[in-house]
Design a protein around this ligand. Structure first.
Ligand SMILES: O=P(O)(O)O[C@H]1O[C@H](CO)[C@@H](O)[C@H]1O
Ligand SMILES: Nc1nc2[nH]cnc2c(=O)[nH]1
Length: 117
């Protein structure tokens, strides 16, 4: 499915944004502190979220084959001199901006899984 995701991303015009990497989970509900982000980076993490890992663990427990992807909605601020910080509004706004293309991407993946492409 990861291989097909690259095809699907090309079809919906987002191939240049696609990245593979290590996804870390933090419990939230707060976003990470700079110290936490620096630790995650040292551990080799490329992205961090709050929900996907739980969903994957539950799905695998139920015997499902899983393909997971994330829309990266914000940059992690890792510099104490930068005033900006991750915030929920930015995450929601980016999600809204990208919802149509995500819909197309998921449709492509579902069509592929259903053998309809
Ligand atoms: O794990 P991801 O998909 O990043 O989701 C997390 O991101 C949102 C926080 O802005 C929350 O809804 C939480 O579930
Ligand atoms: N843990 C975490 N989850 C997120 N979900 C969206 N953005 C973030 C973030 O910066 N950190």
């Amino acid at each position: 499915m990861r291989a097909y995701a690259k095809v699907a991303a090309k079809k919906v015009g987002v191939a240049s944004y696609l990245r593979e990497g290590v996804y870390a989970i933090m419990g939230g509900p707060n976003y990470e502190t700079i110290a936490e982000l620096r630790l995650l980076e040292k551990l080799g993490c490329d992205a961090v979220g709050m929900s996907t890992v739980h969903e994957v663990i539950t799905a695998v427990h139920c015997g499902m084959t899983v393909f997971a992807f994330s829309l990266i909605t914000n940059k992690c601020i890792m510099d104490y001199d930068v005033e900006d910080e991750a915030n929920h509004e930015e995450v929601i706004e980016t999600g809204k901006e990208r919802q149509d293309v995500l819909k197309d991407f998921v449709s492509q993946m579902v069509a592929h899984i259903g053998g309809k492409d």
